[in-house]
Design a protein. Structure first.
Length: 438
């Protein structure tokens, strides 16, 4: 049984469990998620978004096969059981090519589905909610037909590649929040109505049946809707539980299907648990994890400034600012305001557009210099308390070789702990009590 089957059936038997979905291609985030997975019994679900990883490389330069190999090798290196790893594709569809005419955008989306299935992705979020080329926003019927087309591509790819299509699980939807957070964070977020959710399910079911995909429809496990959670560059929309209650009650009468909640980043522990209890069983998180990583890196840079003269520092922040100004396409349309407001958002925005720039060679060189500086001398415990607020979690008064990455993982793992507590209330794993444990 695929774990998503168990998850959906558990909700319909009054056992509301959740599953965090780590939507990130950052190596340290992926490693931390796998290390964290060793502390609890759930599978670890890691998803690559279509603009990060696709047959043309995405912004990471990785194809689905590259990404799958990287994650599996990382899992093997830390002893994470391969049978507990689920690979997924997030926003699989024409999103990266939405500016192209419909035919070419959908052909590239089909190529993406083939590559994802052949790479071993088994959780497939099919997203065709965006307009293509010069068209108007597509109707529910058009979205459903495109989703069914991609599902057929996935099914046929599994069969012709010697894989079992029975192992594929689908996530569908027509009211899909934008990948990576909203551009207009202050706008009101409209909760999906039960009537709209019912229409999406029925229209998409008919589209599957028209393609001869009755068996595949039985493996649709989640519906993406808008529960009212969202974030922008400097705002968080907390889960409006009362407004979402009719939507929550609706899915209780749809056997075998739960909700998938996108943009759950920065929600409180209480809100995340409420989402799970209300059948938003799959909790997507991405920018909050790289935001925590960025916080940790900037904290280390602050320590470096206290210990080294300017000529010996990494100047990591300056390197980031330089490349972001030279190549603004990843942040410019997200961060509005005057130049000073944009500067602050580039560094600290919740949308964390800075995550697109970590792979740049200049940034990596500065990061390596920072790491070398802090692992080459003793770091006073008082500085670690000042910039990491770890309290009694540190048992040593200095960092030694290899411990910089432990501090970075520690900050990421604190976010993952919040999701685990919301998703798996059956037992409480040992707390993350020391940076040096992992």
């Amino acid at each position: 049984m695929h774990y998503l089957d168990f998850l959906a059936f558990a909700h319909h038997y009054k056992l509301p469990l959740g599953l965090p979905s780590v939507c990130s291609a950052h190596p340290l985030v992926i490693e931390t998620a796998l290390r964290h997975g060793l502390r609890h019994p759930q599978p670890v679900l890691i998803e690559a978004t279509s603009n990060q990883v696709n047959p043309f490389g995405g912004y990471t330069g990785m194809t689905p096969a590259d990404f799958a190999q990287f994650v599996r090798e990382k899992a093997e290196s830390i002893g994470f059981p391969p049978e507990r790893l689920i690979l997924g594709g997030d926003h699989l569809g024409p999103l990266p090519w939405a500016h192209e005419p419909t035919e070419s955008a959908m052909q590239k989306a089909a190529d993406l589905l083939r590559a994802a299935v052949q790479a071993g992705f088994t959780k497939l979020h099919l997203d065709c909610s965006m307009p293509l080329g010069e068209e108007s926003p597509p109707s529910v019927e058009t979205i459903a037909q495109r989703i069914a087309f991609l599902a057929k591509v996935a099914e046929e790819t599994a069969q012709t590649s010697g894989l079992s299509s029975q192992g594929l699980r689908y996530v569908i939807g027509s009211e899909v929040p934008p990948a990576g957070g909203t551009k207009a964070g202050h706008t009101e977020v409209q909760v999906t109505t039960p009537e709209s959710a019912a229409e999406t399910l029925e229209v998409t079911r008919r589209a599957f049946y028209a393609q001869g995909l009755e068996a595949a429809w039985e493996r649709v496990r989640a519906l993406v809707v808008q529960p009212g959670v969202e974030f922008g560059d400097d705002v968080i929309h907390a889960y409006p539980r009362e407004q979402a209650r009719p939507l929550s009650r609706f899915i209780e009468n749809v056997p075998g299907i739960v909700y998938e909640a996108h943009s759950t980043d920065y929600q409180s522990a209480e809100a995340l648990r409420a989402l799970v209890e209300d059948h938003f069983a799959i909790l997507k998180v991405g920018p909050a994890l790289t935001f925590a990583l960025r916080e940790a890196i900037f904290a280390l840079e602050a320590i470096e400034r206290e210990l080294y003269p300017p000529e010996e520092r990494s100047h990591l922040s300056e390197a980031l600012e330089t490349v972001m100004l030279q190549s603004p396409s990843a942040w410019q349309k997200y961060y509005t305001g005057n130049p000073e407001e944009q500067r602050l958002k580039r560094r600290f925005g919740l949308s964390d557009r800075i995550r697109y720039y970590w792979p740049r060679p200049e940034v990596q060189a500065a990061l390596e210099r920072l790491r070398w500086n802090l692992e080459s001398r003793s770091i006073p415990l008082s500085l670690l308390h000042q910039y990491f607020a770890v309290g009694g979690a540190l048992e040593e008064s200095q960092l030694v070789a290899g411990q910089v990455d432990k501090l970075l993982r520690y900050k990421i793992m604190l976010v993952l702990e919040t999701y685990l507590q919301a998703a798996w209330p059956l037992e409480t794993p040992p707390p993350v009590s020391t940076v040096l444990d992992f």
